[in-house]
Design a protein around this ligand. Structure first.
Ligand code: FAD
Ligand code: NAG
Ligand code: NAG
Ligand code: NAG
Ligand code: NAG
Ligand code: NAG
Ligand code: NAG
Length: 535
């Protein structure tokens, strides 16, 4: 283990880092005044009757992390309807203003808040976005690309992946102008704990301690995935807000025994369940190829919509009296959430400004990722926090419907730490956190040093079981290779795809947002190219 000689030497280096961040351009150009968040030339409506009965080339369900870049890209050549159950993120300071980072998570209600809470069967409380921009409107905003290994395992085209990342980065990703005091201290504490080398600013997933990108700009304003809609062809994009998709409409051709997604059924998010509306996939006159319904409703939303539409394990569907369209056992399987341990470093709540994560420690041969933040616990009090996650959990769980209301959370179980290897990693990560927490840098920052007793492996196991929580990187439910194929088509159904975090059969190891934004752009381009090839 390498330790730096003293906190003073570290502080010197840190000042230099801060200095460099203030003056180096890092290849990005900084605007001299705040850029507008969203030009919004595209049409946005909450009037369901305006959309009812209309046809589009593509219908994207869920205006989240993957859904927005996907809809923007498809609109370059085709007419697109994007349906989002939540409202607009614009003009909502708890979404757009860094000073309110974390506020959506403490301001929740059952049907309308921008963050919707859920508690998994494991007893761990969790949250998902319910607003245009999806979880990018409520998350930590830390942006980090996936490793080359993850990209080649996914079978993606490397060049196109790079282009897609860069497209996203040119619009909504920013390097820090300077590190906040707490992020600087956290960076130091990671180095002190031996998470080396120090890599400075990097968007890549590399071993050691780095400063990453963020969707917060230098003016402290969040750029959600909704800002990517500004790249759309505004004449061919319609965004329907406050409308919840209930199910997919299918057509079955008996002669060819083929089922095709023909459209969607939706309701007003604040409306009554039996007042439903429909929108359809347009059938082009002189072309054999047709558009798709594409689910981008997230790891909970997409499997939920498939189940509500009759695609899933037939025993489960029958229990809820849902007519079976396709008995697809793997829908809702393979749910994963990275086990996380988070500790408060301060002894009591204070009124420091909230501070989203910007620094990441990638430790134990990529198996552990550490981040630090200051998070609000109420509207006037925050806590200084450090958190680590198991990057590649092996435990998996399931998702089932609790009822047929699309607005109600499905039942999810992640089986945190069920496997021996996840538990081993959790123990290592707790020990690492304890070393970080005792660092001189943190003691200096908080003005107190942390005492902690040495715990036995047995104690640490117990500690992990009692304290495991989420870092919100859950995924799965419509995994590639089981529910969808490598082109993201739902197996056995025509004209239906899923593109979002539900398709991950494995965690990208790093924070997933960058790769889900990229995936929306990537699949959009793939689809455009495919259509070009067969007019
Ligand atoms: C609190 C929090 C902090 C996080 N911090 C980070 C971080 O710092 N860095 C990082 O990389 N990742 C972070 N993540 C993870 C990351 O944000 C998510 O993995 C990612 O945003 C998920 O993208 P998605 O496209 O799969 O789903 P989402 O972005 O959640 O999009 C799904 C969309 O579908 C909509 N929808 C769902 N059901 C329906 C329906 N029936 N009808 C219509 N619309 C529907 C939802 O309202 C939502 O807008 C965080 C997540 C959370 C929740
Ligand atoms: C429900 O939402 C729609 C648009 O989203 C709005 O026009 C309507 O007034 C709302 N109804 C109620 C009862 O709040
Ligand atoms: C919108 O998409 C259609 C294809 O459905 C295309 O024919 C049309 O030219 C597009 N309109 C614009 C304004 O780009
Ligand atoms: C959409 O829903 C949100 C959340 O309920 C609400 O604040 C907003 O006013 C609604 N928008 C419209 C246009 O009805
Ligand atoms: C039609 O397809 C389904 C699913 O692929 C299959 O289970 C069924 O046996 C087929 N029916 C006929 C008549 O071929
Ligand atoms: C369909 O064919 C007509 C006549 O050949 C052509 O003018 C038109 O642009 C075509 N439309 C599309 C959508 O390709
Ligand atoms: C927050 O407000 C409450 C009630 O007004 C007060 O009791 C508490 O001390 C405040 N907390 C901080 C950290 O300022």
């Amino acid at each position: 283990m390498h330790y730096y000689p003293s906190a003073i030497a570290l502080l010197d280096m840190e000042l230099l880092t801060v200095f460099l961040f203030m003056f180096a351009n890092l290849g990005f150009s900084f605007p001299t005044e705040p850029q507008p968040q969203g030009n919004r030339e595209w049409h946005m409506t909450s009037d369901v009757t305006e959309i009812a009965g209309k046809s589009y080339d593509y219908i994207v369900v869920g205006g989240g992390t993957s859904g927005c870049p996907l809809a923007a890209t498809l609109s370059e050549k085709f007419s697109v309807l994007l349906v989002e159950r939540g409202g607009s993120p614009y003009g909502n300071p708890s979404v757009t203003d860094k000073r309110y980072y974390g506020f959506p998570l403490i301001q929740t209600d059952k049907y309308t808040s921008v963050a919707q809470t859920f508690v998994s069967e494991d007893g761990v409380s969790n949250v998902r976005g319910r607003v245009l921009g999806g979880s990018t409107a409520i998350n930590g905003g830390l942006y980090s690309r996936a490793s080359e290994e993850f990209i080649s395992e996914a079978g993606w085209d490397k060049e196109l992946v790079k282009e897609a990342y860069e497209w996203v980065e040119s619009k909504v990703v920013f390097p820090p102008v300077f590190l906040s005091p707490w992020q600087s201290v956290a960076e130091f504490s990671l180095l002190e704990a031996g998470i080396l080398p120090y890599n400075g600013f990097s968007l890549e997933h590399i071993k050691g301690t780095k400063v990453s990108g963020s969707i917060y700009d230098g003016f402290g304003r969040r750029h959600t995935s909704a800002d990517l809609l500004d790249a759309a062809n505004p004449k061919n994009l319609t965004v329907l807000l406050n409308a919840t998709v209930k199910s997919i409409i299918f057509h079955h051709k008996a002669i060819r025994n083929k089922t095709r997604a023909h459209g969607i059924r939706f309701m007003q998010s604040n409306g009554s369940l039996d007042e439903t509306y429909e929108a359809y996939i347009r059938k082009p006159k002189n072309s054999t190829s047709r558009g798709n319904v594409i689910l981008s409703a997230g790891a909970l939303g997409s499997p939920q919509i498939l189940l509500l539409s009759g695609i899933g394990p037939k025993e489960h569907l029958r229990k809820l009296n849902i007519p079976v369209v396709l008995d697809l056992k793997e829908v809702g399987q393979g749910m994963q959430d990275n086990p996380c341990i988070a500790i408060f470093l301060d002894t009591m709540p204070q009124n420091r400004l909230p501070d989203p994560p910007q620094v990441a420690g990638i430790a134990d041969d990529f198996k552990i990722v550490v981040e630090a933040a200051i998070i609000p616990i109420s509207t006037n009090a925050t806590r200084v926090n450090i958190a680590a996650k198991v990057a590649f959990p092996s435990s998996k769980g399931t998702l089932e419907l609790s009822n047929t209301d699309p607005r109600v959370n499905p039942i999810v179980k992640f089986n945190y730490l069920a496997s021996e290897s996840d538990m081993e990693e959790c123990i290592k990560m707790s020990q690492l956190l304890s070393r970080i927490a005792k660092s001189k840098s943190i003691a200096f920052f908080l003005g107190t040093s942390r005492q902690s007793k040495l715990m036995s492996t047995q104690d640490l196991k117990q500690f992990c079981r009692e304290n495991v929580r989420t870092i919100y990187h859950y995924h799965g439910g419509c995994s590639v290779g089981s529910v969808v194929n490598r082109q993201y088509h739902v197996q056995g159904i025509k004209g239906l795809r899923v593109v979002d975090g539900s398709t991950f059969s494995k965690s990208p190891g790093t924070n997933p947002m960058a790769t889900l934004l990229m995936l929306g752009r990537y699949e959009g381009i793939k689809i455009l190219r495919e259509r070009e090839a067969k007019p």
